[in-house]
Write a protein that binds this ligand. Structure first.
Ligand code: TYM
Length: 329
């Protein structure tokens, strides 16, 4: 039985990118694997250190996660900061992580550019904390989107380095996983890059059908192709990328054909796209509205989750300390 671990930063509600990148396949995996899922609230402090919003953000992700189908009877669900062993392993791993490699990480360079007034050490060592999240349970598979590939590579490198340095075969080298498929990147609706919480281009699982229709309607289009079989501009390709994940293959083919014969009507495409997104999100949204009121349930899930996660994490930290040479007098 493989150990699977999935994490999401608590910086806002879950969007379609999170769902297809890291969550949907994870839900399918709950029966066949030992699954952990957690909310990366310590990671969120690298960009959003605000005590007024922290708890609310964690709560939103928790509710979205549960509503999307994570089953606490099958999987372990916890909040990162409630498992302090993670922070301890992070500290130890940092002793074998180097400034050169950390400062070259794409996500670090991006964040440093975005928030030049707050290039904190947490940002620099973000990949070490992520490695600690994964290695603390010695996970085999980590469901992630394309944007996390480099972090997973670094986790493997840290695991390998630890094993080599201490002459042990202790940590496994976890792989980024998307259910046998390529890692995916769900684009935003604004024609640029990926769908993200901070980009203002996301469709959230909690969005109402009306909001989704509005957002899809607003997506950038143009006057349509003039040459048969022409290459799609990025902003149109993006709409097709989302269509490919939410719609049936014959629907996608229909619009591909219309594109290729220059008969595409973006109004129809958007109507279909909104409809198919709503088919995915509406049942999740209904559950969100139910679960978010249930304080006792959220308390129970996180308390039991932290307890189980700490059991697994505590074992790792004890063994790592021994390997590293810590001894009691
Ligand atoms: P985060 O919170 O940005 O996103 C959570 C997960 O969603 C995926 N994702 C996407 N996938 C496809 N298309 C998109 N547009 C898109 N946007 C987000 C991400 O790849 C990710 O899998 N560093 C992580 C959180 C984390 C973590 C971990 C993940 C901390 N520790 C340990 C896995 C294992 C992050 O910022 O993801």
């Amino acid at each position: 039985m493989d150990i699977v671990l999935s994490g999401i930063r608590s910086t806002g509600n879950l969007h379609l990118g999170n769902y297809y990148g890291a969550l949907r396949n994870f839900i399918k995996m709950q029966d066949e694997n030992k699954c952990f899922f957690f909310i990366a609230d310590i990671h969120s402090l690298t960009t959003h250190p605000d005590p007024k919003i922290l708890h609310g953000n964690v709560r939103n992700v928790l509710v979205d996660y549960l509503a999307a189908g994570i089953d606490p009877e099958k999987s372990v669900i916890y909040v990162q900061s409630e498992v302090p062993e993670v922070a301890e392993l992070y500290l130890y791993l940092n002793m074998h992580a180097y400034l050169g490699e950390l400062s070259k990480t794409t996500s670090f360079k991006e964040k440093a550019r975005k928030q030049p007034e707050n290039v904190n050490a947490g940002l620099l060592t973000y990949p070490t904390l992520m490695a600690a999240d994964i290695l603390i349970h010695n996970a085999d598979k980590v469901p992630v989107g394309k944007d996390q590939e480099q972090h997973l590579e670094m986790t493997r490198r840290f695991a390998r380095r630890f094993n080599n340095f201490y002459g042990v075969e202790y940590f496994k080298e976890p792989v980024a996983y998307n259910f046998g498929q390529e890692l995916i990147k769900i684009p935003g609706l604004d024609g640029s890059g990926k769908m993200g919480k901070s980009e203002g281009n996301a469709i959230y699982l909690a969005d109402s059908p009306k909001d989704i229709e509005k957002k899809v309607k607003r997506a950038l289009t143009d006057s349509g192709p003039t040459e048969p079989h022409s290459v799609k501009p990025d902003y149109i390709e993006n709409l097709f990328t989302i269509l490919r994940v939410v719609s049936a293959p014959d629907v996608v083919q229909h619009f591909e054909d219309k594109w290729n014969t220059c008969e595409i009507r973006y109004g129809d495409l958007k109507k279909q796209l909104a409809e198919d997104i709503i088919k995915v999100t509406a049942p999740i949204r209904d559950r969100i509205l139910e679960i978010e009121k249930d304080e006792a349930y959220l308390h129970k899930v996180t308390t039991e989750g932290a307890e189980k996660a700490r059991e697994s994490a505590g074992k790792t930290v004890r063994e790592v300390r021994e390997i590293m040479g810590f001894k009691a007098f």
